[in-house]
Design a protein around this ligand. Structure first.
Ligand SMILES: Cc1ncc(COP(=O)(O)O)c(C=O)c1O
Length: 427
């Protein structure tokens, strides 16, 4: 099983058998309130009839069409629709089947672009400590979560460096929204530029809000500073928006919430509301045009997946975007964000809590690690919340809360109330 303690799971499985709205039902028939949108992906809530109908219809019309030198209408329609909510000009879209594939695709696009521009020596990728970019060799190379890399360290990409992370509890603990201190962490890119030479760096990749490492919210001005440094040195900026995309931060994308436009953006998860696997890379038009116009006759980009733009995924994506639009779910996220902020900060003085942070429809409660057993306390909190009927996400010693954007105020308080009761009970 993926990222699972297999031995423990098999001795006490937790099986979810159905879902509707804000709730899962488990194999024992219990209702579980979904405090984390499945795995940060079910932004419109579970069991959406429109998405189910679109998938059914697509499957009945065209089960599969090859994407290599052939096409079918649905992914083009989805790309056009996506372009209407993406930052202006980021309208060249390549479909994948996951966030990991989107990340590897974006890294390849960065290399292809620099070659097309006559700068083939730009090969170095810069990630960030504690970053998560999926599990391909590209993604773990630019990623910065130690256990995800350790066993594979011998075969990571060869030209790499990492920015320092931005987590700074001495200055920013218990921030509401973006932390005030720490824009200068972006200047760590200057150290990397001085060390390797700016003209050797292909791209910097960051999550606007680092999710999987435990919700690290960018300090005010940090992303702007990264953007300015990249621009000054001809470096591409990639935003990995697999988690921050589709309303999570209170608008369509992190790029729109923070007002910083990258050159490439990776998406997945909420693109289909989690209903069919799909990812995407969105590229600024000039990147696409450069690669395509400088290529020798024939295939311009030697990359792609059997299931890129699969009919069922594209149909699910179109139905999902229609729901986001018709129900105004990104606006709803912005409207509910203050309620989430208030609810999570009621945990500020709960036992073991060393930080509470929030942004849009995501919140995190960081616990003091138990001596000699990092992650154990939060792991117990996760298990006990589940036993009490609330699904949250544990990563390290942080509990993350990221409910579907349809969540009610009462449900938000039910989630944080359960976490509070569990914190009072856990050792
Ligand atoms: C920022 C980010 N990038 C990439 C991924 C990988 O996505 P997937 O699990 O679909 O490969 C994730 C997954 O959580 C993610 O949060």
């Amino acid at each position: 099983m993926p990222f699972t303690n297999n031995r423990a799971f098999k001795s006490a499985p937790r099986l979810l058998v159905s879902a509707e709205g804000m709730h899962y039902q488990d194999a024992d028939g219990r209702q579980i309130l979904d405090g984390v949108s499945g795995l940060w992906c079910v932004n419109a809530g579970h069991g959406r009839a429109e998405i189910v109908a679109a998938i059914r219809e697509a499957a009945g019309i065209l089960d599969y069409a090859p994407g290599f030198n052939m096409g079918h209408p649905l992914p083009f329609a989805l790309a056009e629709k996506l372009a209407t909510i993406l930052p202006e000009g980021m309208d060249r879209i390549f479909f994948t089947n996951s966030g990991s594939e989107a990340v590897d695709t974006a890294l390849k696009m960065a290399l292809a672009y620099h070659r097309a521009q006559g700068e083939p020596e730009r090969v170095l990728f810069v990630g960030r400590q504690r970053g998560y970019h999926g599990v391909g060799f590209g993604g773990i190379s630019v990623g910065g979560i130690a256990p995800n890399r350790q066993a594979f360290e011998a075969q990571l990409l060869p030209h790499l460096d990492h920015l320092v992370h931005t987590h700074d509890l001495t200055r920013n603990a218990f921030s509401h929204g973006q932390p005030t201190h720490g824009a200068e962490y972006a200047d760590d890119l200057e150290r990397i530029i001085a060390q390797h030479g700016g003209s050797r760096i292909a791209a910097v990749i960051v999550e606007p809000v680092a999710g999987s490492t435990g919700v690290l919210i960018p300090p005010v001005g940090y992303l702007d500073r990264l953007r300015a440094l990249c621009d000054a040195h001809g470096i591409l900026l990639i935003f990995d928006e697999v988690i921050t995309g589709f309303g999570r931060t209170g608008s369509a994308f992190g790029a729109t919430t923070f007002g910083v436009v990258p050159d490439l953006m990776t998406l997945a998860k909420g693109i289909t509301n989690g209903a069919v696997p799909m990812g995407a890379v969105c590229a600024a038009r000039r990147i696409h045009d450069s690669v395509v116009s400088h290529a020798a006759p024939g295939i311009e980009f030697f990359h792609g997946y059997t299931y890129s733009g699969h009919p069922l995924a594209a149909a699910a994506g179109l139905a999902t975007l229609a729901i986001y639009e018709h129900e105004g779910l990104f606006e709803r996220a912005a409207m509910m964000a203050p309620t989430l902020e208030q609810a999570v900060h009621t945990l500020d003085d709960s036992p073991h809590v060393i930080d509470v942070r929030n942004m849009g429809m995501v919140g995190a409660i960081e616990l003091a690690p138990r001596a000699g057993a990092p992650g154990a306390r939060a792991g117990e909190v996760f298990m006990e919340c589940f036993r009490r009927g609330v699904l949250v996400r544990q990563t390290g010693d942080t509990i993350a809360i990221a409910p579907p954007l349809i969540v009610s105020a009462e449900q938000l308080h039910e989630i944080t109330g359960t976490v509070r009761d569990v914190l009072a009970a856990v050792a």
